[in-house]
Structures are given as structure tokens and as C-alpha cells.
Design a protein around this ligand. Structure first.
Ligand code: NAD
Ligand code: ZN
Length: 468
């Protein structure tokens, strides 16, 4: 199982790994209940774990643990569960984990674990030699049971979303893919630069927005030979993954897909969250589907070949994310920058997979951006440049310092028709009765959605983005 969109996220691992501490925070990030099974058991039995061990012995404790764990795992409402350190020794628990959860091993080494819990009241952490022996015995069981491995909150959120961020992941794509037949649908230009190491049928999409046309995807649909159990592997920037994801959402009424994003926009934004779409002559992204990729494989090394202007477009989304998080993520080196941004978007989308509410925060800067793009007839103003300007407007309307956007993105006012831009702003599909609903910031890290401001104020902010 590759993601936890509609199932439990179960944390396993040795005592002292931090399952409970991390679990609480991850549950908050995912908007889910947190169930700490050791604590549940203590509450139900009205005795502490050491007391239970002492009075009943390990064998009886495992039976009680099994009942409590199976009950939690078969509860329908997806939660974040922290399992007891020894729970994986029970075969019925391992089997139920496979059926009902995405299981993530919270990694820790034996020495660290011992420094955290050694000599404590925990019944199995009293003697260092037997602690290490137990660690060695359980290690293979954890490895066998886990679908993914993580060490921190972002790692757990990424695992929950089915995202692997790893330098070199592209080279071992074949071993990461789900089993069954695969066909590759990729940006023709990217296929010439980064050929995935897979022996599978290849369908080349036209480069850029052309990929997101009915004609291009019809060609792919007609060429596919996959059956219902097959998987489409999507390779390229946001255009290719939007198009290939849409192909997968509809082919045979929906087959699995794996996203392999190759642009910064793709790695921090487009390939995350399950939105797929194509364009119509009437507008961008007008036809699409929510179809969460089974797996998203992000290899930051693929970005080394990006043309500078394509990279800059991605930085606009990075700055957006940094403003939403309230941290200068744009200052980080690629691998960490991507990990942080991807984890932020993944958490928002896991909380609101169908964009019923909260996901609107991701639109920071985008209402103005879309208006500028539309006024330029899509082609005049690139999305990245438009977002940079949109962020400027959002910061100004929030009464916040704009230095970051100015220094990192260096936005320049664009030459588009002012009336056309104003009209497009009123038509924004996220607006209400011709009035745009803006995402602004109370402070960096504190977004507010659904803000309606007086027309003259909004229009003045828009005008500032437009050159004479
Ligand atoms: N689904 C979503 O949630 C979502 C979010 C954001 C954006 N998008 C969509 O993403 C699209 C934009 O994606 P994009 O900015 O990645 O552009 P893109 O897919 O057009 O790629 C930009 C250019 O870079 C080239 N390229 C890609 N990877 C490369 C590499 N590793 N080395 C060299 N060249 C490479 C491509 O061939 C293309 O020419 C838009 O259509 C937008 O609507 C979707
Ligand atoms: Zn964007």
C-alpha cells in the first residue's frame, strides 16, 4: 500500500523511537484522531503498562494488546495510530496492518533508543544487553511490516501522501513501482533528457501546455494496452503529470498512476494532491478529476537540467509556501527545500483532498496571478511571473513587508489590458457573485481565506502589477 489517503496511518517502531510524540503532531497535520495504543490499553485496564506486565506476564499482555490494536485498526474512520513497540510480533496485527493501514516505521538506532528509555519503568528497557538483543530480534519484523520509513513529522506526512523524496530515486524507479504492468506517459522533451530505467511501452506527450489538450490525451488513451490492474507512470513537469494523471483517472474508468515530476513546480506543487486536468479553448484546467497518485517519486537531482526560467517559475511556488509556513524555505538547498514544500502541500491536501475548504490557502497570490494570465491571453504572462506579482499584491493588501518577494523573485509589472485583468479577477472561479475571495496573511505563517475587500482597494492593488 502506497498512501494513507483513505486508511489509517500506523506508526511502528522500537520503544524510544518517538512514535507517540511524532504521532500527535502528524495527526494534527492530517486533521485526524490520534490513538496511542499503549495509553488506550492503560486507560481501558486502569493499570500502567509496567503493572500489566508485572501482574499478568508478557503473554497475557500481548493478548490484550492484540485486541485493542485490532479494534483500533478496524475502526472505519482513518486515524493516526501509534502501536506498541512489540505489537508487530503478533501475526494477527501484522495481517490487519496490511489490510487497513499504511504502516510507517519510525526509525531509531539502538543506542539512541537506549539513551531515551534505558533504565526507565518500561518493562523491556531495564537491562541494556537484553534491550539490544530485543532490538536485533525485532528489526527484521519492522522492516517486513513497514510500507515506508520516516524519522520526523515531514517524513511521516510525505509517507502518508505516498511521496518519496530522495536523491537518486529516479535510478531505482523500477523497484519503487507497484507490481503489475506499467506504461510510461511523459513529456517528449523530458524523455530525451531523462530516460527512466524501465522496459515499458512509452507514450510521448507534446511539450508544455500542448500536453493538456483533448487531442494529445486521446492519442495516449488510444495507444494504451494496460488492463485495470496496470499503472501509468507520468514523467515531466506539471503539464505532463496533469495530463497523464487525467489519462489515468479516466482510462478504463480509472487506473493507478505514479507521478515522477521533473520540474520544481512539479516537485513542490503539481504532482502532489491528486488534482489532474486538461485545458479547453475556454480556459485552463476546466476539465479534470481528483485522482491521487499511488506514489510520487521525487528526485531533486532531475532539476539540474532545468532551464533557468523554468526553475524561476518554481521558486514563485516555493516563496508562496514559505509565506504560508512562515519560514524562509527559499533559502534551503534543493533537497530540503523540496521536502519541506512537498510536505506542506501534502498535509493541506490530505486534510482537504477534494478542495472543500482549507485547501484554498494554496491559492495565495493566485487570484491576481490568474487574472494577469487571463488578461494576457495565456502566453503573454507566464504562471511563475504572474504568481510573483500576485504574491506582491497579497502582501501589500495584508500590510506586510514585500522585500522577500522582491529580492527572491524580482517581479516586473506586466503589460496587459487593465480592464481585461479586472474583468478576469471578477470571473475567478473561486470568487462569489463577481467578487474575488482573497487569501491574505495575518502574518507570515498565518493565512486567512475568503477575504472580501472593497473594489477600489483590490483594483488599485491589481493596477500596481500592470505596466503602462
Ligand atoms: N495539479 C496541480 O495541483 C497543479 C499545481 C500547479 C501547477 N499545475 C500545472 O502545472 C503546469 C505547469 O507545470 P511546469 O511549470 O512544471 O511546466 P511544464 O510541465 O510545461 O515544464 C516546463 C518546461 O520544462 C521542461 N522540462 C521539464 N523537466 C525538465 C528537466 N528536468 N530538465 C529540462 N527541462 C525540463 C519541459 O519540457 C517544459 O518545456 C500548468 O499547466 C499548471 O496548471 C498543476
Ligand atoms: Zn501556481
Amino acid at each position: 500500500m502506497a498512501h494513507a489517503l483513505d486508511r489509517h496511518l500506523a506508526l511502528i517502531g522500537f520503544m524510544g523511537a518517538g512514535k507517540s510524540t511524532l504521532g500527535i503532531v502528524v495527526a494534527l497535520h492530517l486533521g485526524r484522531r490520534f490513538v496511542d495504543l499503549d495509553r488506550e490499553l492503560e486507560r481501558a485496564m486502569e493499570e500502567s503498562i509496567p503493572e500489566l506486565f508485572e501482574k499478568r506476564g508478557e503473554a497475557e499482555f500481548r493478548v490484550l494488546e492484540r485486541e485493542a490494536t485490532l479494534r483500533a485498526l478496524t475502526n472505519e474512520r482513518p486515524a493516526v495510530l501509534a502501536l506498541g513497540g512489540g505489537a508487530v510480533e503478533t501475526p494477527a496485527i501484522r495481517k490487519t496492518l496490511r489490510e487497513h493501514a499504511l504502516t510507517v516505521l519510525v526509525e531509531v538506532d539502538a543506542e539512541t533508543a537506549w539513551t531515551r528509555v534505558g533504565g526507565s519503568a518500561r518493562p523491556l528497557a531495564r537491562d541494556e544487553a537484553s534491550f539490544h538483543e530485543l532490538f536485533g530480534r525485532r528489526e527484521p519484523l519492522y522492516a517486513e511490516t513497514a510500507d515506508a520509513v520516516a524519522r520526523d513529522v515531514d517524513g511521516l506526512v510525505l509517507a502518508a501522501a505516498g511521496i518519496v523524496v530522495e536523491e537518486g530515486a529516479f535510478g531505482r524507479l523500477a523497484e519503487l513501482l507497484p507490481s503489475g504492468e506499467h506504461e510510461l506517459v511523459g513529456d517528449g522533451n523530458v524523455l530525451g533528457i531523462h530516460r527512466p530505467p524501465l522496459e515499458v511501452p512509452v507514450h510521448a506527450l507534446p511539450e508544455g501546455e500542448e500536453a493538456k489538450s483533448l487531442g494529445a490525451i486521446e492519442t495516449v488513451w488510444r495507444g494504451l494496452r494496460l488492463d485495470r490492474d496496470g499503472t501509468i507512470v507520468a514523467l515531466g513537469g506539471g503539464c505532463a503529470t496533469d495530463a497523464a494523471g487525467f489519462v489515468a483517472a479516466n482510462y478504463l474508468r480509472g487506473v493507478c498512476w505514479v507521478a515522477v515530476p521533473t520540474t520544481l513546480v512539479g516537485q513542490v506543487d503539481a504532482a502532489i494532491g491528486g488534482k489532474t486536468a486538461i485545458n479547453l479553448p475556454e480556459g485552463k484546467n476546466l476539465v479534470g478529476a481528483f485522482h491521487w497518485p499511488e506514489l510520487t517519486v521525487i528526485d531533486p537531482a532531475l532539476l539540474q537540467t532545468l532551464p533557468p526560467e523554468v526553475r524561476r517559475a518554481g521558486m514563485a511556488e516555493v516563496v508562496k509556501t514559505g509565506l504560508l509556513v512562515g519560514e524562509p524555505l527559499w533559502e534551503l538547498a534543493d533537497a530540503e527545500l523540496i521536502r519541506r514544500c512537498a510536505a506542506y502541500k501534502a498535509a493541506v491536501c490530505l486534510r482537504d483532498p477534494h478542495e472543500r475548504g482549507e485547501r484554498a490557502v494554496l491559492n495565495l497570490g493566485h487570484t491576481f496571478a490568474h487574472a494577469l494570465e487571463a488578461a494576457g491571453g495565456y502566453g503573454e504572462v507566464s504562471h511563475g511571473d504572474a504568481v510573483a506579482l500576485g504574491l506582491l499584491a497579497a502582501l501589500r493588501l495584508s500590510d506586510l513587508d514585500t522585500t522577500v518577494v522582491e529580492e527572491v523573485l524580482v517581479p516586473k509589472p506586466v503589460r496587459v489590458d487593465r480592464d481585461a485583468a479586472w474583468a478576469a479577477l471578477g470571473r475567478d472561479k473561486k470568487g462569489r457573485e463577481g467578487k474575488p475571495r482573497l487569501v491574505l496573511l495575518d502574518a507570515p505563517g498565518k493565512p486567512v481565506t475568503g477575504v472580501e475587500l472593497p473594489d477600489d482597494q483590490v483594483r488599485a492593488a491589481l493596477n500596481e502589477l500592470i505596466a503602462d
